[in-house]
Design a protein. Structure first.
Length: 179
């Protein structure tokens, strides 16, 4: 069993959208040229293919559902580094103390594995990559701001993933470690 190329793009799109999207949104972004009926048929084919893959990986095939014209990934059944990072960023924003904020920011930075869907040439992906990169860079900078000693290592880790990011360059340039 193999993942169809278009089914993988469909899955990537749903992941980028937080796990769900309406059929009309998917059709407009991924397949604007076919008729609405043909686009819906393709989505059903992709869903079938992905459910087979999920079942082979040990699931029960219910990880992807169609609910009232909306495709929904069951987040509890999937481990997605992007979602882990974004959840940790949200936890950091909601943290009531610095220790909890630092722990959440560390989880966010650790969950990041590089540019989202790196190597995929999907036309719709550029904006999502930019937003995800911004979230990561903000988490790196916030973590560095909240750490006293190992801040430079955190900033350098961020620069390894995004060596040309202007904000990271500026923070590193002005960074003077406390001793």
């Amino acid at each position: 069993m193999h993942v169809r190329k278009n089914a993988l793009e469909f899955l990537t799109y749903l992941i980028a959208r937080g796990g769900s999207a309406y059929q009309d949104e998917i059709a407009a972004d991924l397949m604007p040229e076919p008729s609405r009926r043909k686009a819906a048929e393709r989505m059903h084919t992709y869903t079938y293919n992905l459910r087979q893959i999920f079942t082979r990986l040990g699931g029960d095939g219910s990880d992807l559902q169609l609910q009232r014209h909306r495709y929904v990934l069951e987040r509890a059944g999937l481990e997605v580094d992007l979602w882990t990072m974004l959840d940790a960023v949200a936890d950091a924003a909601a943290a009531s103390d610095q220790q909890a904020r630092v722990a959440a920011l560390r989880r966010a930075v650790d969950a990041y594995t590089g540019p989202f869907a790196d190597g995929a040439g999907y036309l719709w992906l550029t904006g999502y990559r930019y937003l995800i990169r911004r979230e990561y860079v903000e988490a790196v900078v916030a973590l560095a701001d909240n750490l006293a000693g190992p801040a430079r290592a955190v900033l350098e880790e961020g620069r390894q993933h995004h060596p040309y990011d202007e904000r990271l360059a500026a923070v590193l340039k002005g960074f003077t470690p406390t001793r």
